[in-house]
Design a protein around this ligand. Structure first.
Ligand SMILES: [Zn+2]
Length: 317
């Protein structure tokens, strides 16, 4: 089950359009991504398995069942994945995986509803689980090298101003922290606030203390200069300084811009409760931006395997 096949460079892109329109092609595409050339039993791991066929037509069983000669279990490729508990056709899953993995900003449930001609509820179900498949693993190594840390507010374009306090612009907006390894992985998370205590704790949870840390001059990062082992350098945006040699947070900022445009333009705003799922998707797309579209789609499809059992509130409907 833990085995991962190398992402094949060719073939995938050609196979995906058919898998998005024909159910058998979709099933076979997902089977191939999951098992490669050695299909195995989902219950006992035996490779003594076969595709069940219809007695009359000797074609593949209508439910695309497999059977294990060792434990006698019958199963399909859906078992143990994010699509196990759905009746939505797998060709729609393939289409949604493809679209969600190949646009810089992802795809909305509304678009999936229209293109697949399924209900909005089904489209939401699909997209929620695909975003969950794109969620990072629980155990990830700390970021190293040069790491940019930055915070951003995500929310409505026109915040409701309440009174004249300086925080007025932040009302209705959700603070998001981001740490990104220069040339490497980027991680975003919703934070309760943007105080020094919160942001510096987030930095320590994501970043190796020997990394060279770069931020803007925001007061919450003060104090790191003295304590951060790998050194902490800042750019001063208030004096229109955006980069000084290799000191900048441009990577984090350009990825923030993408998220903001995506949330407003594609998803037309996202509530606090659901934002983390969209952040998973944006991070997945950003972190795998160097793969081609087929490779990125396959990566998301494979990530869906084994995620079902972890699918619990608050990630449910
Ligand atoms: Zn078995």
């Amino acid at each position: 089950m833990e085995k991962r096949h190398n992402l094949s460079k060719s073939g995938v892109i050609e196979e995906i359009p058919l898998a998005c329109s024909d159910e058998l092609a979709a099933v076979e595409f997902l089977e191939k991504q999951r098992w490669g050339n050695t299909p195995a039993c989902v219950k006992c791991g035996s490779v003594e398995v076969y595709k069940m066929t219809d007695a009359k037509t000797s074609k593949r069983n209508r439910r695309y069942l497999w059977r294990c000669r060792d434990c006698k279990e019958q199963y399909t490729v859906r078992i143990g994945t994010v699509y196990e508990e759905s009746r939505i056709e797998l060709r729609h899953w393939c289409y949604a995986f493809w679209r969600a993995s190949t646009s810089k900003k992802g795809v909305s449930a509304l678009e999936i509803k229209r293109h697949c001609q399924i209900s909005y509820k089904s489209a939401l179900f699909l997209m929620n689980r695909i975003r969950f498949a794109m969620a990072p693993d629980d155990y990830r190594p700390l970021l190293t090298g040069i790491v940019e840390a930055d915070e951003v507010y995500i929310g409505p374009r026109k915040p409701r101003y309440k009174g004249t306090s300086g925080q007025g612009s932040a009302i209705n907006k959700i603070p998001v922290f981001c740490a990104g390894e220069r040339g490497g992985e980027l991680r975003r998370r919703i934070v309760a606030d943007v105080t020094a205590a919160t942001l510096q704790a987030a930095i320590r949870e994501e970043v190796d203390s020997r990394a060279r840390l770069m931020t803007d001059e925001y007061s919450a990062y003060r104090g790191l200069k003295k304590t951060w082992e790998g050194g902490h350098e800042t750019v001063c945006h208030s004096t229109k300084e955006y980069a000084r040699a290799d000191v900048h947070v441009n990577t984090a900022e350009s990825s923030h811009a993408l998220v903001k445009r995506g949330i407003m333009g594609i998803y037309h705003n996202v509530s606090h409760e659901y934002l983390h799922r969209y952040l998973w998707q944006f991070d997945f797309l950003w972190n795998n931006r160097k793969l081609n579209d087929g490779e990125r789609t396959v990566l998301a499809v494979r990530a869906a395997e084994g995620k079902r059992l972890m699918y619990r509130q608050p990630y449910g409907n």
